[in-house]
Design a protein around this ligand. Structure first.
Ligand code: F6P
Length: 578
C-alpha cells in the first residue's frame, strides 16, 4: 500500500502539484477493481458465503448500533477502504481537528465543536486562549438562565412568568435546535412551549405570533453572524409586534435575547450584550446546537437534559478519537458512504428515521451533509476529480414507504439509505411500536433481497393466475434487490442517544470530507444567491422601472411579479402580514 504524504488535502496544496486527485492513487484504483469484481455478485451471495458477515459488518459505540452488512461490499473492499482512509491519514485529520488546527482553511478557522461537549477536562488552547474555560463559563450562564426560566423566575412586562420561546434563526441556527426539541418531547418541561421561526416568508413568523402571548414570550434571536437577512427581518418584525402588543422599549430586555458571535451587531440591533449568549467562530453554524445556539433546547427540556445531550455526543467523540479505524463507527459509516457514492455510483442518500420524533432529522442532516460536502474543488482549489456529497433527503418511516420508496425499490437509480430506530418507545400505544419496528426491519431486507420473476411466478401460480396474465404482470412485480442500506439502532431516544447519533453523523461527514479532500466547514456556495437577492430586492416594487440588467429570463420574472402586484394582488398579500 502506498502512503500518501502527510494527508491528501495538504499534498494537493503544497507537495505534489502533479497529483491530480485521489482517483489517481493506488488505493482508489484498488477499490475500483473490487467494485468491478463485485458486479457479478449479489449481496445475498456475500451473506451466504460468510456466516460471520452480519456480526463482523456491525459496530457499536456510545449506545449506537450500526449494521452496514446490507451494503454490497466485500471484506476485501472494506479492507481497501480502510487502506484508503490510512492513505489520506484520516487518523491524522481527526487529530488535527481536535487539536484546534485551522482546518477550515478558506475561512482560516479552527473546527472545535467537540470542545463544546468535552467532559474530559481537556484544555483546548487556541491562540493562547483557554477555550474550555470560555465554554464552561458561557454554558454556566445558559444553565443559570434556563434554570431561572424553568422555575418561572423570568418575568415579562406584566410580571407574569415567561413560558413561551420563539426561536428566530435559520439554517444551523434553526435546524439543530428545532430537530432536538422535537425529538426530546418526552423531556419537555411542563407548561413550556417553543416555536421556531426561520423563513422570511412572513407567514412563518405570523403563525407563531398568532399563538403566543407577548407578556409571556421570550424571543431568542439565534444567528452566528447576526447579519442573516431572514433572521434580522424576522427579529425586527417580532420586536415591532412586541412593541405594538403591550411591550415597551424598556421591557425589550426581558423578552429578547441573542445567541451570536457578533457582539457589535447584536448591540446595533438593540439587544444589550448582557442579554447575549456567546459562541465563537470555531463553531460552524451546522455544528452549533451544542453551543449557545442550543439555548432553546435547554429552555424546553431543562438544563440537565441539555447536558445529557452533550454527554451523549461526548461519548461518541471519545470513541471517534480513540477507536482504530476498523472499529470506529463514524469512520466505518463514512467509508461505506464513500463506497456507495464513488464505487457504486449512488448519487442520493435517504435518511429514514422510524421515529416520528425524528421527523426533522432528515432536514437537519441535509444541511449538515450537503452544506459540508457539496463541494467540487479540493482544499487547494483544484477540481476534486471524484463525486463528493450525495443528495440527502428523507422522511420518517413509515410515511416515506407510501410516498417515495417505490423508486428506492424499483427505480432506475440506486439510492442508499440509513434506517434509524429506537428499540423501545417513550409512548407505547397498543402494538404501534412493534409495527413500526417490523417495517424498520422489513424495508432494508426487501431492498437487499428483492424478489425474482421466478418467485413472482410461483406466488401467482399458487393463486391460480392464468399463465398469460402472470407473464404480463411478473416483470412489474419483481424487485431486483441488491440495494444498499445501513441499519442504525438505539435502545431508546434519550438525550444521550440523540447526542451520540448527531455526533456520529457530524464525524461521518468530516471523514468523508477528508477522503474527498474538500473543506467540509465552509459554505461559499450559499453566497451568490444572497448577493443577487440583495440586488434584486429594490426592484421588487410596483414603481420599479422594467428590469434590464439581468439575463432575459430573470428580467422577465421581475417584471411579471411587479405587473401582477400592481394589478391588485397586493391587497391580498396584506392579509398575510403578522
Ligand atoms: O446561508 C447559510 C448559512 O450561512 C448557514 O451556514 C448558517 O447555518 C445559516 O446561514 C445561518 O447563519 P447565521 O447563524 O449566521 O444566521
Amino acid at each position: 500500500m502506498s502512503k500518501i504524504p502527510i494527508n491528501l488535502a495538504k499534498s494537493f496544496a503544497f507537495e505534489d502539484p502533479e497529483m491530480t486527485g485521489i482517483a489517481d492513487t493506488a488505493e482508489w484504483r484498488d477499490l475500483v477493481r473490487h467494485a468491478e469484481t463485485l458486479k457479478a455478485r449479489r449481496t445475498t451471495d456475500l451473506f451466504a458465503a460468510d456466516p460471520q458477515r452480519a456480526a463482523d459488518f456491525s459496530v457499536e459505540a456510545a449506545g449506537v448500533f450500526l449494521d452496514f452488512s446490507k451494503n454490497k461490499i466485500s471484506r476485501e473492499a472494506l479492507a481497501a477502504l480502510l487502506a484508503l482512509a490510512n492513505a489520506v491519514d484520516v487518523a491524522g485529520g481527526i487529530k488535527r481537528m481536535v487539536s484546534g488546527e485551522r482546518i477550515n482553511a478558506t475561512e482560516n478557522r479552527a473546527v472545535l465543536h467537540v470542545a463544546l461537549r468535552d467532559f474530559a477536562n481537556r484544555a483546548y488552547d487556541l491562540d493562547g486562549e483557554n477555550l474550555a474555560q470560555a465554554v464552561r463559563a458561557e454554558r454556566a450562564r445558559m444553565v443559570a438562565f434556563a434554570d431561572a426560566y424553568a422555575k418561572g423566575d423570568l418575568l415579562g412586562f406584566t410580571g407574569e412568568p415567561l413560558d413561551t420561546v420563539v426561536n428566530i434563526g435559520i439554517g444551523g441556527s434553526d435546524l439543530g435546535p428545532r430537530m432536538v426539541v422535537d425529538a426530546l418531547k418526552p423531556y419537555w418541561l411542563e407548561g413550556k412551549r417553543t416555536f421556531f421561526v426561520s423563513n422570511v416568508d412572513g407567514r412563518d413568523l405570523g403563525d407563531a405570533l398568532d399563538r403566543v402571548d407577548p407578556a409571556r414570550t421570550l424571543f431568542v434571536i439565534a444567528s452566528k453572524t447576526f447579519t442573516t437577512q431572514e433572521t434580522m427581518t424576522n427579529a425586527s418584525s417580532a420586536r415591532a409586534w412586541f412593541l405594538a402588543n403591550g411591550g415597551a422599549e424598556e421591557t425589550v430586555a426581558r423578552h429578547f435575547v441573542a445567541l451570536s458571535t457578533n457582539e457589535r451587531a447584536v448591540t446595533a440591533f438593540g439587544i444589550d450584550p448582557a442579554n447575549m449568549f456567546r459562541f465563537w467562530d470555531w463553531v460552524g453554524g451546522r455544528f452549533s446546537l451544542w453551543s449557545a445556539i442550543g439555548l432553546s433546547i435547554a429552555l424546553q427540556v431543562g438544563s440537565a437534559n441539555f447536558e445529557r445531550l452533550l454527554r451523549g455526543a461526548h461519548a461518541m467523540d471519545e470513541h471517534f478519537r480513540s477507536a482504530p479505524p476498523a472499529e470506529n463507527l463514524p469512520v466505518l459509516l463514512a467509508l461505506v458512504g464513500v463506497w456507495t457514492r464513488n464505487f457504486q455510483g449512488v448519487g442520493a442518500h435517504a435518511v429514514l428515521p422510524y421515529d416520528q420524533r425524528l421527523a426533522r432529522l432528515p432536514a437537519f442532516l441535509q444541511q449538515a451533509d450537503m452544506e459540508s460536502n457539496g463541494k467540487s474543488v479540493s482544499l487547494s482549489g483544484a477540481p476534486v476529480g471524484v463525486s463528493t456529497g450525495p443528495i440527502v433527503f428523507g422522511e420518517p418511516g413509515t410515511n416515506g414507504q407510501h410516498a417515495f420508496y417505490q423508486l428506492l425499490h424499483q427505480g432506475t437509480d440506486i439510492v442508499s439509505a440509513d434506517f434509524i430506530a429506537a428499540a423501545s418507545t417513550h409512548n407505547p400505544i397498543g402494538d404501534h411500536h412493534e409495527k413500526l419496528l417490523a417495517n424498520f426491519v422489513a424495508q432494508p431486507e426487501a431492498l437487499m433481497v428483492g424478489k425474482t420473476e421466478k418467485q413472482v411466478w410461483a406466488e401467482l401460480e399458487k393463486q391460480d393466475f392464468p399463465a398469460n396474465e402472470i407473464e404480463r404482470i411478473a416483470p412489474h412485480r419483481a424487485f431486483h434487490g441488491d440495494r444498499p442500506s445501513n441499519s442504525i439502532l438505539v435502545d431508546r431516544l434519550t438525550p444521550e442517544a440523540l447526542g451520540a447519533v448527531i455526533a456520529m453523523y457530524e464525524h461521518k461527514i468530516f471523514v468523508q470530507g477528508l477522503i474527498w479532500g474538500v473543506n467540509s466547514f465552509d459554505q461559499w456556495g450559499v453566497a451568490l444567491g444572497k448577493e443577487l437577492a440583495k440586488r434584486i430586492l429594490p426592484k421588487i416594487s410596483p414603481s420599479a422601472p422594467p428590469s434590464t440588467d439581468h439575463d432575459a429570463s430573470t428580467n422577465q420574472i421581475i417584471d411579471r411579479i411587479n405587473a401582477l402586484r400592481s394589478a391588485g394582488t397586493e391587497s391580498e398579500n396584506q392579509k398575510d402580514r403578522p
